[in-house]
Ligand binder design. Structure first.
Ligand code: GTP
Ligand code: SPV
Ligand code: MN
Length: 589
């Protein structure tokens, strides 16, 4: 298989002339190709066979210990003008960036195979989908891309038909953190990544294409590329509402996308359908509603914490045909991580497990699995038109202040809520963990252009004829004085989603507060949940003094985007700030 498309054939030749591989392999995406690559990696040690009785088709990959997460400080957006990348990105001039990284690519594939991966992000026949080609020297990347995207012959045919595609070049290089860069050239629809084999740094269809370049393309073309899960909630009457939710990395997207309803809900006929767990592309349909697709075909999910009690759907999904990265193993060679029963004998680096070395599985260890293996996978995920979105949800890890749930008064207020989002940092990126940072729409590491322009783009969807989703903000992570989470989370989060849907359908009154609408007494259904009354009160309590300080901080944060910040957003922040200063009406009045 080679390509009839001249631009593609020429680009592949040109890359081969620079990287000088011994062989070029065009990936067709077949089962035979997948199995041959797995056999080859078992031979080289890139993959380790796991217990095939308990986990058929499952393998373990151990990455280099210095290469275990996205590296935001080495990730660049290289636009012609620095202002276009914005203060939210690291920037390098395109000519300098190309020169710097091309020098690293020189001869880097000598003696190795260069793989050409044509892929499609989104259902192969959807007008919302976009295609790309990743060139890599990593067979691990090939097998992961095969699970995460629609990869191979059908994607190549679409690329040949359309005549254009995102160009991604990747080499694992020497895995030297000093020689590691993830460069984006949005104006050229090009990505170059060198020196990492891990996740979002190396599977270029995911964060590099579907979010950084995707957001740039989306702004030009009038749609949205977001770091959001998509989940369908079917009520006992058989009606399904689709919800898209943006939480920062390792803050609960996969879990919410696959949630199992609490027992009482299951008995009453509630069902949950998974459409996507990480990325959402949406655009207005002819009826004015927003329609969403999941551009991915698989899950690259966080392993630690995944258990029969937290996420049984994920656990079922990964019981076969899954690649695990940086998990621990048990005495009988089963994959293991913190949160599972049993005991590890070998840690993620292949050492005998010793608690003195830290957790057995790396906190950012992951599984790669086809979405089709998920018991709640929805056939609507293959729908070329996408699913209509009823509610957009923002949220993060906020140990204090932010209530369990609140609803924005309108679209502009909702955009402010998204822009003001903050969260404690996690192990999904290198650097300190547990530090509060602003992460607007959970896109801080992924927005491929100036955040000021991005907020303006979000605001622009509010126009005559638009039937926009309601916007909410949630916080599953508020802590009590004892430092423990106040809300049980996971499956119980359906109770909060039910309230949102009641609001969408006009069936819940809510209580208006200056910062948004919260559930009125009795509106959050808590039957079957052992939650003390004062815990609920604490969860939805609003501390006016704390909020004054927060609004002040939000104003300062917005000002950091300078001239490009839309005045409407700053005015909205001032409106909320002033409303907080007014004498308060009695609650529940
Ligand atoms: P990325 O793949 O990095 O984008 O992460 P994600 O947003 O999909 O996060 P994921 O669902 O994998 O959850 C990450 C961690 O948060 C896991 O350790 C979960 O156990 C934990 N978590 C998820 N949902 C909840 C919740 O409702 N409450 C609490 N307390 N923890 C949760
Ligand atoms: C995230 O960090 O948000 C992820 C994992 O989904 S990665 O693909 O590495 O970006
Ligand atoms: Mn993610």
């Amino acid at each position: 298989m080679t390509s009839k498309l001249e631009v593609l054939a020429r680009w592949v030749d040109q890359i081969a002339a620079t990287t000088r591989p011994a062989k070029i392999h065009w990936c067709d995406g077949s089962d035979a190709e997948y199995h041959a690559l797995v056999q080859q990696m078992l031979h080289t040690g890139d993959l380790i066979e796991l217990n095939q009785q308990t986990h058929p088709g499952c393998y373990l990959h151990r990455s280099h210990p210095s290469d275990v997460a996205r590296v935001e400080h080495l990730t660049f957006v290289c636009t012609e003008h620095e202002e276009d990348a914005g203060p939210n990105n690291h920037w390098m001039a395109p000519a300098d960036a190309h020169a710097k990284i091309d020098a690293l690519f020189e001869g880097c594939m000598e003696g190795r195979t260069m793989y050409v991966i044509p892929y499609c992000m989104g259902p192969i026949d959807s007008p919302l989908s976009r295609c790309g080609v990743e060139i890599t020297d990593s067979p691990y990347v090939v097998v992961n891309m095969r699970t995460m995207t629609r990869m191979g012959a059908a994607a190549l045919a679409r690329i040949e038909r359309e005549g254009h595609f995102v160009k991604g070049l990747h080499s694992t290089g020497e895995l030297d953190p000093e020689r590691r860069f993830i460069m984006h050239f949005p104006e050229e629809l090009t990505i170059k990544s060198y020196g990492s084999g891990y996740g979002g740094n190396a599977l270029l269809g995911k964060k590099c294409h579907a979010l950084r370049l995707g957001s740039f393309q989306a702004r030009r073309e009038g749609w949205l590329a977001e770091h959001m899960l998509i989940v369908g909630i079917e009520n006992p009457q058989g009606q399904t509402h689709y919800v898209a939710a943006a939480f920062p990395s390792a803050c609960g997207k996969t879990n919410l996308a696959m949630l199992i309803p609490p027992e009482g809900y299951r008995k009453n006929g509630w069902r949950v359908w998974t459409i996507g767990d990480d990325i959402c592309w949406m655009r207005p349909g002819e009826d004015g509603r927003l329609y969403a697709i999941n551009p991915e075909a698989g899950f690259f999910g966080v392993a630690p914490g995944t258990s029969a009690s937290s996420n049984p759907n994920a656990l079922t999904s990964i019981s076969h045909d899954t690649i695990f990265t940086n998990v621990a193993v048990t005495a009988d060679n089963q994959p293991w991580w913190e949160g599972l029963p049993g005991t590890p004998v070998t840690d993620w680096q292949g050492r005998p497990y010793d608690p003195a070395n830290g957790p057995a599985a790396h906190p950012n260890s992951r599984f790669t699995v086809s979405a089709k293996q998920c018991p709640t996978w929805s056939s609507k995920a293959e729908d070329a038109q996408g699913v209509p979105i009823s509610a957009i949800v923002f949220g993060g890890r906020r140990p204090s202040l932010l209530p369990l749930v609140m609803e924005a008064q309108d679209w502009t207020h909702g955009v402010l809520m998204g822009a003001a989002m903050g969260s404690e940092t996690t192990a999904a990126a290198t650097g300190a963990v547990g530090v509060l940072r602003r992460d607007s729409m959970a896109m801080k590491p992924f927005c491929g252009y100036h955040y000021g322009d991005y907020f303006k783009h979000w605001l622009s969807f509010d126009k005559p004829g638009a039937k926009l989703p309601k916007i909410f903000h949630v916080n599953w992570f508020r802590k009590g004085r004892d430092g423990k989470f106040l809300w049980p989370g996971f499956g119980e989060n359906l109770r909060v989603l039910e309230w949102m849907i009641a609001r969408v359908e006009g069936k819940a009154r809510g209580v208006e507060t200056p910062i948004g609408t919260v559930p009125a007494t009795g509106e959050l259904k808590l039957e079957g949940l052992d939650l003390p009354r004062d815990t609920l009160a604490e969860l939805i309590n609003i501390d006016p003094a704390g909020w004054q300080t927060e609004l002040q901080a939000i104003g300062e944060y917005l000002d950091s985007f300078g001239d490009r910040l839309p005045a409407r957003l700053r005015q909205e922040q001032q409106r909320v700030h002033q409303a907080l200063q007014m004498p308060r009406k009695a609650a529940n009045a």
